[in-house]
Design a protein around this ligand. Structure first.
Ligand code: ADP
Ligand code: ADP
Ligand code: MG
Length: 657
């Protein structure tokens, strides 16, 4: 076996590869940029080599620097992780030329599958069912229109070199193609340095189902079943699971056989993924093949018991697969939630900054389910603007899907993050939706279920009780410390108000709801003033809530339900009623920076009349350009930032009259 491997990546996946190498007794080297000098991966690896400045183009994407680091540390092989150089055939070839083993497929397989147009030609030849469309490069808008009309609307305009949800656009009409074709082409040229575009049928409301394949250098290929990744936002995966609730054994076998046939057709010799879109009727069509380890590989590991990184290392070393298709079976159900540094309450805008608190749920068996959390960060680390905004990948496994879903909902309760905005409340909302529980998935799920974005959910009956009980318990614990414990209070939750009587001692509290004539029993209370999480058992159900002090009371969040809870004396409750409701500050005349970033362009000047929807300025943050538009017709009063200026979150960029 290899005795030293270099990892040409960062963050979560670098840590993931190190863990397997350690288990196999292989020494590790990581490369790192300026921004990652103090990262967890650098701390864990046996050796670390600095390769340049923070932007990936000056560090993780520079093949020369990676090769040089291998030579310097005498590493025999390179694991590329995902993203960066992982799907660059030239890099795999360069490694081979330098006598370094690339832990991934051979360069021929990467180039055959690395391009969506070329891979569709291969797939069609291998008998794989493809999305109806035009398998070939489209020259100009006129041809795009002819092709679209032949296929029939809606169609999808795609960059052949696209990836990560970029370079994709749906067109429903002639006009959409006229606008979309040049736009996708420009985006592709900018993002991938390759402006070849093709067009295929847009399958409406499909599901994304992909097959994991694994090959060796001796011509063997097996598939490790499917993953369903239909919960997506802007064509990027957010929640994945294995197996898929849609498939039956026949469809699974048919998709698996096609994926293996395609892999064999290109002499595939590592881990890879064949992606399909599937209709609700279980029809399925090939999308593309990803010639690398996939972000969501943990769910496959959880249902097969295999370590995919280990399998990649073994096949790269030349070992034949130690099992055949018949040795493989699906065991239980696994779900992955991608925890992103983005603010769901603010249209999912990227949110970067220091992880002031980072407390994931403990990994391991939790009774009915098992928790796994793949992360590359520690408390105190910075989510920087240079790379992907993923904080971690939280997975749960259980014998059945419903237990895995409930386990995920519970594990998300126990995930506490402070600092950057994060999508944990949003993920919790999805886990609690009947449609998700029923497995009625589609790539349009988030758009269907959250048409106006996300603003939290209304408390369920259980959550309303929880908010009341937790507020009372916190108030009682604080009052007891001051020696002023009293029994009778008025609790205000949102717009509701009720009188309560508290009793109990130690870790238990009984809350008599005097107006309703029933009682709540809160036991196993684990909280003290200053703690951001409150654990307890309410009426037999264990929970964790996130709590923070607020004027006159607390803000309490359980899953996606969040409310201000006030526990007042009868007298203050009366006064509270008389207080005029405080109007929120009027920000309608301001254009605020939604996140820290860099001003790319300022598109308005003082005195200018702007129309609703017009571009006011463009901000760059987290590798993305964010266009800020006027929310109404207005005249510009002041302009407070210029191109090149760094700006903070909520900074006023433009003021209207
Ligand atoms: P996967 O296909 O492995 O499930 P994604 O589709 O989310 O994962 O991402 C595909 C690849 O593109 C990953 O290797 C990821 O690191 C990278 N990637 C994700 N988002 C972006 C982005 N905005 N720009 C460039 N690369 C990205
Ligand atoms: P990427 O390289 O960015 O992963 P893909 O071609 O795999 O691009 O597509 C990403 C996502 O876009 C898919 O998971 C699916 O949700 C959607 N998509 C792609 N092609 C189609 C299509 N023809 N019809 C409907 N949805 C599609
Ligand atoms: Mg894809």
């Amino acid at each position: 076996m290899f005795n030293k491997i270099l990892i040409a990546n960062r963050g979560e996946i670098a840590v993931r590869v190190i863990k397997t190498c350690r288990r196999l007794g292989i020494a590790t080297v990581v490369v790192y940029s300026d921004a990652d000098a103090d990262s967890l991966a650098v701390e864990m690896a046996d050796e670390a080599v600095h390769i340049g400045a923070s932007p990936a183009a000056q560090s993780y994407l520079v093949a020369d620097k990676i090769i040089e680091a291998c030579k310097r540390t005498v590493a025999q092989a390179v694991h590329p992780g995902f993203g960066f150089l992982s799907e660059k055939a030239e890099f795999a070839q360069r490694c081979a030329d330098e006598g370094i083993v690339f832990i991934g497929p051979n360069p021929g397989a990467i180039s055959a599958m690395g391009d969506k147009i070329e891979s569709k030609k291969f797939a069609a030849a291998a008998g794989v069912s493809c999305v109806p469309g035009h398998i070939g490069e489209i020259a100009d808008t006129a041809e795009a229109l002819t092709v679209s009309e032949t296929i029939g609307y809606p169609v999808m305009i795609k960059a052949s070199a696209g990836g990560g949800g970029k370079g994709i656009r749906v067109a429903w009409s002639r006009q959409d193609v006229e606008e979309g074709f040049p736009a996708v082409r420009a985006e592709a040229a900018g993002a991938f340095g390759d402006d070849r575009i093709f067009i295929e049928k847009f399958i409406e409301s499909p599901r994304h189902i992909e097959i994991q394949v694994l090959g060796d250098k001796h011509g063997n290929v097996v598939h490790l079943f499917e993953r369903e990744c239909s919960i997506q936002r802007r064509n990027q995966k957010v929640i994945e699971e294995a197996p898929s609730p849609l498939l039956d054994p026949q469809t699974r076998a048919a998709m698996g056989a096609q994926a293996v046939a395609l892999a064999k057709a290109v002499n595939y010799d590592s881990a890879g993924t064949v992606e399909f879109v599937a209709g609700q009727d279980k029809s399925f069509y090939f999308l593309e093949m990803n010639t690398r380890l996939q972000v969501e590989h943990p769910v496959t590991e959880l249902i097969t018991g295999l370590d995919l990184v280990e399998q990649m290392i073994r096949s790269a070393y030349g070992e034949p697969l130690a099992f055949g298709q018949d040795d493989l079976a699906i065991n239980g159900w696994a779900i992955e939630s991608r925890i992103y540094a983005e603010d769901p309450y603010r249209k999912f805008l990227p949110s970067i900054g220091r992880l002031v608190r980072y407390a994931p749920p403990a990994e391991g068996e939790k009774g009915a389910y098992t928790v796994r959390n793949d992360a590359g960060v520690r408390e105190g680390d910075e989510i920087s603007m240079f790379y992907d905004p993923m904080i971690s990948k939280l997975c749960t496994w259980a014998p059945t899907r419903i237990e895995a879903v409930q386990g995920m909902a519970r594990a998300l309760e126990d995930f506490h993050i402070e600092g950057p905005g994060h999508n944990v409340p949003f993920l919790a909302a999805v886990m609690d939706q009947d449609r998700f529980v029923a497995g009625a998935l589609a790539t349009s799920y988030i758009k269907d279920e959250f048409p106006d974005g996300f603003s939290g959910t209304e408390p369920t009956a259980f959550q309303a009780d929880l908010l009341t009980a937790v507020g009372c318990a916190m108030q009682r614990i604080q009052a007891q410390r001051l020696g002023r414990a009293r029994a009778d209070w008025t609790v205000v939750v949102g717009h509701g108000k009720q009188r309560v009587h508290l009793s109990g001692e130690g870790q238990s509290l009984t809350v008599d709801l005097l107006d309703e004539g029933r009682s709540l029993s809160l036991t196993d209370i684990a909280w003290r003033p200053g703690l951001p999480t409150f654990r307890g058992v309410l009426g037999g159900t264990a929970f964790t809530a996130e709590v923070a002090p607020a004027p006159e009371g607390f803000v309490i969040r359980h899953r996606a339900a969040k409310a201000r809870v006030l526990v007042l004396t009868a007298r203050s409750a009366e006064l509270h009623d008389k207080l005029p409701a405080k109007a929120p500050a009027d920000t309608s005349k301001l254009v605020l920076s939604p996140m820290p970033g860099l001003v790319v362009s300022m598109d308005v000047a003082v005195g200018q009349q702007v129309r609703e929807g017009e571009v006011v300025c463009v901000l760059e943050a987290m590798k993305m350009q964010n266009i800020l538009r006027a929310e109404r017709d207005a005249v510009v009063k002041t302009v407070n930032a210029r191109p090149g200026d760094p700006v903070a979150a909520d900074q006023v960029l433009v003021e209207f009259q």
